[in-house]
Design a binder for this molecule. Structure first.
Ligand code: ASP
Length: 403
């Protein structure tokens, strides 16, 4: 019998999960454990994978000049695509005006959302860890990445005896981590089934919400789709000279996983595997750009934060001036960099934007109920943008890809 391709298995799992969650919500405990185990396995991979991939990637890049050029290209791509994403959202939210006359009765209490208290400056300072082990324990991605880049860079500054030992060690660890990743990937359909069935069984009545918040959901979803299916493919085709359709097909498994898990960090192992093995990007590029991308490049998140903040302003009847909208755009860009690649992290960041432009924080309660489906879309957008960035940068470095 011919084996069904993995992405079809995942799609079938998604459909079955929706049916199971909707029809048998009381039996959910029999399947939700599969999602829990899958998520735990992905999370287990993240830190050793990020550490080994960045250290080996950066040490293989070699000279400081190469590293500098790659960093410049990577950051330019992140900032340009995130800004384009935000502007797409801003345009649609100003045109459709989903918040005007929105039903404030739908607002929920926001007790379980931590209000972000740290300033942007402090976030930057905190990137330098005081204790690297604490950073591992607390999943401080930016600190781990910072340490790994420094460590990888200085591997080339010591004698050959030490540097070749360390390079071999980290290259080998990375190989093993990727092998474990390939093994975990096989279970994606089961994991997705467990995660999505549980989500569906506990989510509020979407039809009811769609009537009240439908325009908002439509605006955010439309902007995310425009960015994913028009802007990023155009950039890939005309600037990166890659075939976006082929690349998209190569990315189905990580994209469906991002969609189901709502976490770009958890999806990272799968993203790395697909960009490397399917689209043919070298490990040198993926190991530098993808962990960084999963942590700081969030086009979907940036776009969503802008649309959500504008929607809340409209719902409260506040007309934001051009200057205030500019602040919204800038804050959305900066906070998307600071947002963690975990479910619902946008919601925390939106409170920062609301504070900046003087809107009530309770506004977040208005969009709470519809966050999950939109989180799924924006996470897939985030991962898609990371993967396009890796291929574009690889092409610009003269690599021969399969796309
Ligand atoms: N869930 C998103 C991610 O992991 C972040 C967000 O909440 O926007 O990429």
């Amino acid at each position: 019998m011919k084996k069904i391709a993995l992405h079809w298995q995942i799609l079938i799992a998604l459909v079955l999960a929706v049916l199971f969650g909707a029809l048998l919500p009381n039996q959910i405990k029999y399947v939700s454990w599969m999602g829990d185990v899958f998520m735990r396995a992905l999370k287990m991979l993240i830190i050793p994978l990020i550490l080994s991939s960045i250290v080996s990637g950066v040490s293989n890049i070699g000279t400081g000049e190469n590293l500098g050029r790659l960093t410049f290209k990577t950051f330019s791509y992140y900032i340009i695509t995130s800004t384009l994403a935000i502007l797409t959202g801003l345009f649609l939210v100003n045109t459709i005006k989903p918040g005007v006359g929105a039903d404030m009765g739908l607002a929920q209490s926001i007790d379980n959302i931590h209000i972000m208290k740290e300033s942007f400056g402090q976030t930057l300072i905190n990137i330098v860890p005081t204790n690297i082990f604490q950073a591992f324990v607390e999943n401080k991605m930016l600190s781990i990445i910072f340490f790994a880049i420094i460590f990888g860079y200085f591997i080339n500054q010591v004698g050959t005896k030490h540097s070749s030992f360390l390079k071999d060690f980290f290259n080998s660890t990375f190989e093993v981590m990727m092998k474990i990743t390939l093994f975990v990937i096989k279970f994606t359909p089961l994991g997705v089934f467990g995660i999505v069935a549980k989500q569906i069984s506990t989510s509020p009545d979407l039809v009811q919400l769609a009537i009240g918040l439908g325009k908002f959901m439509f605006t955010a979803a439309a902007a995310l789709l425009i960015h994913s299916f028009i802007t990023l493919p155009l950039i890939s085709k005309y600037i990166g000279k890659i075939n976006p359709i082929k690349h998209f097909r190569n990315m189905t498994t990580p994209l469906l996983t991002a969609f189901s898990t709502s976490s770009s960090n958890a999806t990272l192992p799968l993203t790395m595997e697909a960009v490397e093995n399917n689209s043919g990007v070298s490990n040198k590029i993926t190991s530098f750009t993808l962990p960084l991308g999963a942590t700081i490049n969030m086009d979907g998140t940036a776009l969503y934060e802008c649309v959500a903040a504008m929607f809340i302003a409209q719902a409260y009847g506040v007309d934001l001036s051009f200057f205030q909208q500019f602040i919204v755009v800038m804050t959305a860009l900066l906070t998307s960099i600071g947002a963690a690649g975990i479910p619902m992290s946008s919601l925390v960041m939106i409170t920062v934007i609301l504070t900046q432009v003087g809107l009530p924080l309770e506004g977040v309660g208005l969009i709470l109920a519809v966050d999950r489906p939109l989180d799924m879309l924006r996470t897939a957008t985030n991962v898609w943008s990371d993967s396009c960035g890796a291929t574009i940068i690889a092409k610009s470095e003269g690599e021969i890809l399969t796309v």
